[in-house]
Structures are given as C-alpha cells and as structure tokens.
Design a binder for this molecule. Structure first.
Ligand code: G6P
Length: 359
C-alpha cells in the first residue's frame, strides 16, 4: 500500500514528505487548463465577469486553505472576497452573483453541508473543492473539483491543505485568464510562481529535516507559542498554530503581527517562542524587534532578507497571491516533531476525527 511506504513510522511524516509530489500531480493535470480558461469553463462555472464576489467556506485547515485561495481572486482580480466559518454561517447574508467555494477534504463535514443550506438557490454558485469527489459535498455543489491529494490517513490535514491551495489557485487563475478583471503583470508572475511550487516545497523539506527536530528538543518545555504573520502570510501562521495545538496539545495562538501591540505582546516573556511567517513585508522587522525587546525567542520562517555588513537588506519581492505556501512545511514538521517528543500519537491526536459528521 502506497500510504505505508516512506521514511517515517507514522503516516503524517510521510504525508508531509509527499507534498511536493502532490503539488506536481495537481499542476500536471490542471495547469494546462489555465490558458484560455478551459479548466474554469470545463467546470461549468459562469464567466468570472458575471460573478461579483467570492465567499470561501470551510472549517479548520480547509478554511485556511480557502483563505489562501481567496487571495488569488482578491489580489489578481481585485474582487471582494470573504471567508465564512461554516459553523457560524447561520445568519450569513448571501448577495446575488456570489461564487461560494466550499472546501472540505472529506466532503462530509456536517458544518459545511449545513452552511450550504443557508445559500439561496438563486444567489450563489457553489464550487466544491474536496479530496473526495463522491462525497455529500460534491453531490450538492454545482461544480466539483478533486484536489487530488490521494488518501490522507493522518487525522491532522497536511497534504490535503497544500493540494487544496494548488488546486484552488489553478481554478482561480483559469477563471481570471479570460477575465477583464485580471491584473496582467501579477497574473504572469503568479503563473511562474505556480510552476515553482513543488521545488519550493522540496527545498523547505530539505532545509528543515534536522532543524525541526532540534528545535522541538529545544522548545519541548515551552507552554505556549505565538504565530505571527501579515497579509498573505497570516493564513500560514494560523495553520501553524492549529497544527501545533492539534498535534502537541500545547497552547498556540496566531495574530496579525500588527495586532501584537494591541494586546498579545503581554504574553511575550523571556524565552516565549514566537514563530513569524515572513511574506517579505518589511514591517515584520519592527514586530520582531518588539518581541526581542521582551526576551521572546523569534523563529522566522521563510525569511527573504540578506545580511550585508550586518545590516538586513530585504530582497525586493512580491510573493504569489496565495502567499508563502512553502512556509507551512517547517510549521507542520515542527508540530510533528514536538508531538513525537512529547509521546503523542501524531496520526490520531486526541479529541479529533478525520471527518466530523455532527454539527
Ligand atoms: C476536523 C479535522 C480537521 C479538519 C476539519 C475540516 O476538525 O480534525 O483537521 O481541518 O475537520 O475537515 P474537512 O474534511 O471539512 O476538510
């Protein structure tokens, strides 16, 4: 069985390792359909110029993936987007001409199915983005796209997160390819970045193989963790905090880095571990200085800064519209290594289920 082959004793470790190959598979199958909008049209979706807004809907990791996908419509198409937490959708107001992108790896999450009941039939087109194209979610959506991650056995989602983002980015780019809304220069830059995803994920895996283990040993006694990000990096900070909670049972919180000064800085003390997801925003330097001034231990992920004569020099760079996806790899690896060190069952963390069919 493919799922049991790998260098780790647990499924989660192998599923983290599989991510570059999963991303490559998605790109091989879907990226030819970006040009000319054939992927979008093949899904039977209305032209993007007849859609006024995007709502991404999901729970947990799938909602984080949805936020990253929303970034593509927002940044490349200048479209209004919002993220709807499925369990909180009861009083949601659905405007006409909304594309609802419902994300769920299992396709069976009751909160997601129930949230779709609140979408009036004449208001929104529902696109299901799932790892199970024969699921309940797939059956009730207008269009379905398989995120092609293959079986994911570890309860905490890893490769399905990456697969959802790469799939969602391909679909969004395909819709934008033939849309008047498209920001042409940014679109072309994102096409290049899309093709480079498998390589950037592999590089992150290699760079963190030993580092994640060492860091977990160092931080094994820490009682709480902060995860910061700005802009497109924020969803990865959120996912890093969620993985850490799910796997290690330690407290973890994510915040937009700019909010630090409005409260969360009070949590930072000598040695408090603070992960900073770096999307290239130079303001992060100030946020980091604030943490360091209180003795916090900063762990900068995805750093794009060169040091010239001891001075930081930011590389001019506009990241892709879905954000620094590769930063999730070290965050997943760290959560897993910390959990192993604390003798947790990384494939079956307590109080979690792979598919939550109660709402
Ligand atoms: C459960 C899992 C989470 C997952 C969430 C959404 O709570 O433990 O890891 O992110 O459900 O699952 P879905 O199948 O809808 O993606």
């Amino acid at each position: 069985l493919l799922a049991s082959v790998g260098r780790h004793h647990d499924h989660m470790g192998n599923e983290i390792d599989e991510q570059p190959a999963v991303a490559q598979r998605v790109l091989d199958i879907l990226s030819p359909g970006i040009d000319g909008g054939t992927l979008w049209r093949g899904l039977g979706l209305p032209p993007l110029d007849r859609i006024d807004r995007i709502a991404v809907l999901g729970c947990g990791t799938s909602l984080h993936a949805g936020r990253a996908v929303a970034g593509v419509f927002e940044r490349l198409g200048h479209m209004p987007t919002r993220a709807v937490t499925a369990s909180e959708a009861a009083h949601e107001v659905w405007e006409p001409r909304t594309l609802v992108v419902a994300l769920s790896q299992s396709g069976e999450t009751a909160d997601v199915l129930r949230a779709l009941d609140t979408v009036p039939a004449d208001r929104g087109t529902v696109l299901a983005l799932t790892n199970n194209p024969s699921s309940s979610l797939a059956r009730r959506a207008h269009a379905v796209i398989d995120c092609l991650a293959g079986p994911e056995i570890g309860v905490a989602a890893t490769k399905t997160f990456v697969a959802q983002i790469v799939t969602g980015a391909c679909v969004a780019l395909s819709g934008l390819a033939v849309s008047a809304r498209r920001d042409v220069a940014a679109f072309d830059a994102d096409l290049l970045a899309l093709g480079a995803i498998p390589e950037t994920l592999s590089a992150a895996l290699d760079a963190w193989h030993n580092r994640a283990k060492r860091l977990a040993a160092d931080l094994a006694t820490a009682s709480g963790f902060l995860f910061l990000g700005r802009g497109s990096g924020l969803v990865y900070a959120a996912e890093g905090a969620l993985k850490l909670k799910e796997l290690s049972y330690r407290w973890a919180e994510h915040q937009p880095a700019g909010e630090l000064k409005h409260g969360p800085l009070a949590l930072v003390d000598a040695g408090t571990p603070v992960f900073v997801v770096d999307d290239g925003d130079p303001r992060l330097d100030v946020d980091i200085a604030e943490v360091r001034a209180r003795g916090g231990r900063v762990l900068r992920i995805g750093e794009r800064t060169l040091r010239v004569g001891g001075m930081p020099l930011h590389l001019p760079r506009r990241g892709p519209s879905w954000g620094p996806l590769e930063t999730v790899v070290p965050l997943q690896m760290f959560a897993r290594e910390l959990a192993l060190r604390l003798h947790r069952d990384v494939d079956k963390p307590r109080n979690l289920a792979k598919s939550v069919t109660v709402s």
